[in-house]
Unconditional design. Structure first.
Length: 251
């Protein structure tokens, strides 16, 4: 659990420094990273999250409702985050229209998004009905969240820099996003896990995150080829993400 907290926190922190290496208007590498992360997220959702929560639950239809809720919750969150979760920056007009202002709704929606992701990373085992959900998928999901946070942190830092103009001040605000997933891990492992009704809560959280991942990953994959033109590099990045996620299933 400590490893997961450190990985997710420092993934966001270190990724924020990418703005010093890659200018926001040079998005070629970002599109490759998004294609890779989108394919990875979609695959682990299909082969890890959904089977695990469905097989271990006595009412799979209820799980479906939570997945739908997570899908449309992400749709609502993106009204405030403007798609930063999947690499949207919009720095060109935000930098002029809102210079010096803080995007509190954006930060709040990203914090909720990150907190939910961290909340499904549970150390040990949680019982779902007659099935023990062990942590066999722990590191596969952790890797997926970390990969997903790299372009998200870059996009968020780019937006914050366009608003504030100071890397140091923007970095301090970025920490709100950085602590979201670690707090989710702590709440799940120390508050929810051992309480009565914990298994129902984890069913809801896993369903929400699965729906969340489905929305984000499909949006990313569709946006990387909006006009359905063949792009070899994006295709390779997508296949690489798919392959890595499948390898975690075999490990």
């Amino acid at each position: 659990m400590i490893i997961a907290i450190l990985v997710l926190f420092f993934t966001v922190v270190l990724s924020s420094f990418l703005v010093k290496v890659f200018p926001p208007d040079n998005s070629r590498w970002l599109k490759m990273a998004l294609a890779f992360s989108g394919a990875y997220l979609f695959t682990i959702t299909i082969v890890h999250l959904l089977p695990d929560v469905l097989i271990g639950n006595t009412s799979p239809h209820r799980v479906g409702y939570w997945v739908l809720a997570g899908f449309f919750l992400q749709l609502v969150l993106e009204l405030f985050s403007h798609g930063v979760e999947h690499g949207h920056m919009h720095t060109s007009h935000q930098g002029h229209a809102h210079a010096g202002s803080m995007p509190f709704l954006l930060l709040g929606s990203l914090f909720i998004h990150s907190f939910l992701e961290g909340s499904i990373l549970v150390e040990g085992s949680v019982r779902h009905g007659g099935h023990h959900h062990a942590g066999e998928n722990f590191y596969a999901v952790l890797l997926g969240i970390a990969i997903h946070h790299v372009p998200a942190a870059f996009a968020l830092m780019s937006v914050l820099m366009s608003r504030i103009g100071s890397f140091r001040k923007a970095f301090l605000w970025l920490l709100i996003f950085a602590i979201g997933a670690p707090l989710g891990i702590l709440v799940s492992n120390y508050i929810i896990k051992d309480n009565i009704g914990g298994e129902l809560v984890f069913t809801a959280l896993t369903g929400l995150v699965a729906g969340n991942f489905l929305h984000i990953s499909t949006t990313i994959l569709f946006e990387t080829s909006p006009d359905h033109r063949f792009n070899r590099n994006k295709l390779l990045a997508t296949l690489f993400g798919l392959g890595l996620a499948l390898l975690t299933d075999l490990a």
